[in-house]
Design a protein around this ligand. Structure first.
Ligand code: F6P
Length: 345
């Protein structure tokens, strides 16, 4: 077979181990592997790279994606979709493995609707792709956020300040929630919950009243604050660039003004998508890659590999397009308890 592979959307640790597993499985079966550069842009503009065993050397622990990525959306016009279909045929592909988040996978779903043999693999540090417990990159991001809070605690405590850490998460607070709890944050603002700055300030004030002289707040970038207006800059899929909304800094200013407590803010930004994948992400990505190739070799197309517990299964690409998996409501409740617990300083 001739098997294509691409990575699309925001990068994250674990993409290279996924590419590696797809290619190892394909090469082992005697297939030819064609890598497409920079996500759907590579298929649209026919930017290919032949993948052999030498190309895969050292990929297991390498962050980012050796194939490159972009947020190119070929569905924006019929011409670009035509180019994708033409290059798909031109490369004589028998299958294409698309590794990406909801945007990348929505293009895969459309190609599948048009009869092309496509298999999806879920990746996004946001962990908001539905019908799967874990996306590639999520565990690495949570670990980075946790270590960032650990690091911020020493400087925050030394200066007796409040620190607001802004983390990624547009519609879903998976990274903010799990990272915040693991780092022992004192309050977490999630996109799923209407922000209540009165409650935030009263919690911090209560903490101070009990003798605590520092506090750490985690805020997801997607939190809807009236004060933080979007600048209007969007990507090819129409998403506003959230980092420019300065949610963390807005929250920090409110805390300092209302409580008279010196406050700083830090935007973790792309650091949480950088560096080497965790062991969990390396294994998850490797298992996803092999599972995707099992679907290819058995001629089962139009699905996304997904994980429930330990078991890898397939869900229809159609079923995930346009949906977002938000943070588990029970965990949101538990998050409140766990951050409140630190008030007994
Ligand atoms: O990958 C998803 C994401 O991490 C979002 O949480 C964030 O808003 C966005 O990417 C920013 O990425 P970039 O600056 O690369 O467009």
């Amino acid at each position: 077979m001739i098997v294509g592979v691409l990575t699309g959307g925001g990068d994250c640790p674990g993409l290279n181990p996924a590419i590696r597993a797809v290619a190892l499985s394909a090469l082992d079966a005697g297939d030819t592997v064609v890598g497409f550069r920079d996500g759907w842009k590579g298929v649209q503009d026919n930017l290919t790279v032949p993948i052999d065993r030498g190309w895969l050397e050292g990929l297991i622990d390498e962050g980012g994606t050796k194939l490159g990525t972009s947020r190119t959306n070929p569905m924006r016009s019929e011409d670009t979709m035509e180019a994708v279909l033409r290059n798909f045929r031109g490369n004589s592909l028998d299958a294409l493995v698309a590794i990406g988040g909801d945007d990348t996978l929505s293009v895969a779903a459309e190609l599948s609707r048009r009869g092309l043999p496509v298999v999806g693999v879920p990746k996004t540090m946001d962990n908001d792709v539905p019908e799967t417990d874990y996306c590639i990159g999520f565990d690495s991001a949570v670990n980075i956020v946790t270590h960032a809070i650990d690091g911020l605690r020493t400087t925050t405590r030394s200066h007796h300040r409040v620190m607001v850490l802004e983390v990624m998460g547009r519609h879903a607070g998976w990274v903010a929630g799990l990272g915040g709890v693991a780092g022992g944050a004192d309050y977490i603002l999630l996109p799923e919950v209407e922000p209540d700055l009165d409650a935030l300030c009263s919690q911090l004030d209560g903490l101070r009243g009990r003798g605590r002289d520092y506090a750490i707040v985690v805020a997801a970038e997607g939190v809807q604050l009236g004060e933080a207006a979007p600048t209007g800059r969007t990507d090819a899929f129409g998403h506003v660039q959230l980092a420019e909304r300065a949610v963390g800094e807005t929250v920090a200013q409110v805390i300092e003004e209302r409580l008279g407590w010196e406050t700083r803010s830090v935007v973790l930004g792309h650091l949480q998508r950088g560096g080497a994948p965790t062991a969990f992400d390396r294994v998850l990505a490797s298992r996803y890659g092999l599972a995707a190739m099992e679907r290819v070799h058995s001629g089962s197309f139009g699905g996304m590999v997904s994980i429930r517990g330990w078991e890898i299964r397939t869900v229809p690409l159609e079923s995930i397009a346009g949906r977002t998996k938000t943070l588990d409501p029970k965990f949101i409740e538990q998050t409140r308890l766990l951050t409140g617990a630190s008030m007994s300083a």
